[in-house]
Design a protein around this ligand. Structure first.
Ligand SMILES: Nc1ncnc2c1ncn2[C@@H]1O[C@H](COP(=O)(O)OP(=O)(O)OP(=O)(O)O)[C@@H](O)[C@H]1O
Ligand SMILES: [Mg+2]
Length: 297
């Protein structure tokens, strides 16, 4: 059993290497894809809405963007976009669908990979399924940015994605419970995912003023610095804005329907802040997959 597992790990590593170093496969594809997870400690703080609108804001400055719904419990990127997907991540892993078949080209300028509702654990995939996932993911190196919307909290799935990505954007609201849980997830990232230097970024959602946002951010940044010796970059805030709820009801992203609303302006600020900060070297889909394999061995 042990020997078989080692063989499998070795195979996966070789495959990732082949996939990402074969010039035929990678011809015309740039490799420096920036991979960003969007996570939170507490649920319902706005990850999915911010991921979608952030992805669209990025595409509006000319980037090729893929949004991956990695919430394997309650996938809902497609619901908020009003799309009924034919295939999702589940079909890729379980039914031999290819990335090309499941990747959805939307009318709002981004590609999405719909989540696999009700499908439990990446860590529970058997070797063949994991191999497929990794092999097909390498098809995404055409993208400039991959945004991964995760579920709340620190399940193994979430940690696998965070560990493999370049940056983790943590969302909180001003609620004390959300702040405590944001600190909790930052603590786990810094204490458990020590092999890679993941850039941790903070966004404060649903604020009533800039001052409120700054206060919340300062608290998190200071505590992380003091107790974890970790640098957290404050990326920005998003105002509490009724347009966000309306957009969910209408199943149309607010940055498209209301580009001038407060929330849309905030999202564009966050994109320009992301564009202006350095991110770690060695990024790209191939590095993502290497780290993903390692975390799941
Ligand atoms: N800036 C905002 N202004 C007003 N309402 C907001 C804002 N952000 C989020 N909301 C509300 O919060 C709800 C939950 O948002 P969303 O589904 O994006 O959270 P989530 O963090 O992805 O949740 P889950 O943890 O369940 O995945 C939205 O449907 C919307 O009603
Ligand atoms: Mg969500």
């Amino acid at each position: 059993m042990e020997a078989k597992m080692i063989d499998q790990a070795e195979n996966l590593r070789m495959m990732v290497q082949q996939k990402t170093e074969n010039p035929e496969i990678d011809a015309n594809k740039q490799t420096k894809t920036r991979i960003i997870t969007v996570s939170s400690g507490k649920g319902g703080v706005g990850k999915t809405n911010l991921s979608i609108n952030l992805a669209i804001a990025y595409s509006q400055i000319g980037k090729k963007v893929v949004l991956l719904d990695a919430d394997l419990g309650l996938a809902n990127v497609n619901v908020i976009l009003g799309i009924i997907p034919e295939f999702n991540l589940y079909n890729l892993i379980k039914n031999n669908k290819t990335m090309k078949e499941i990747l959805i080209d939307t009318k709002v300028g981004i590609h999405i990979i719909a989540g696999a509702s009700g499908f439990s654990k990446i860590a529970n995939l058997d070797d063949e399924e994991r191999t497929r996932f990794i092999s097909e993911m390498s098809e995404l190196s055409f993208a400039d940015i991959i945004i991964i919307d995760t579920s709340a909290g620190v399940s193994n799935n979430v940690l696998s994605f965070i560990a493999a990505a370049d940056e983790a954007v943590i969302i909180t609201t001003p609620e004390p419970t959300a702040i405590t849980d944001a600190y909790g997830i930052i603590k786990i990232i810094t204490t458990e995912l020590t092999e890679n230097k993941i850039g941790i970024k903070l966004v404060v959602n649903r604020v009533k003023s800039v001052t409120e946002a700054k206060k919340v951010a300062q608290r998190v940044v200071n505590i992380a610095g003091q107790f974890l010796n970790t640098k957290v970059d404050y990326l920005g805030y998003v105002y509490e804005d009724p347009i966000v709820q309306n957009a969910v009801l209408r199943q149309k992203p607010f940055i498209i329907t209301d580009p001038k609303c407060k929330a849309s302006i905030c999202l564009r600020h966050i994109v320009s802040r992301l564009e202006n900060i350095e991110y770690r070297d060695g990024s790209g889909v191939s590095s993502f997959l290497k780290r993903f394999v390692k975390k799941n061995e």
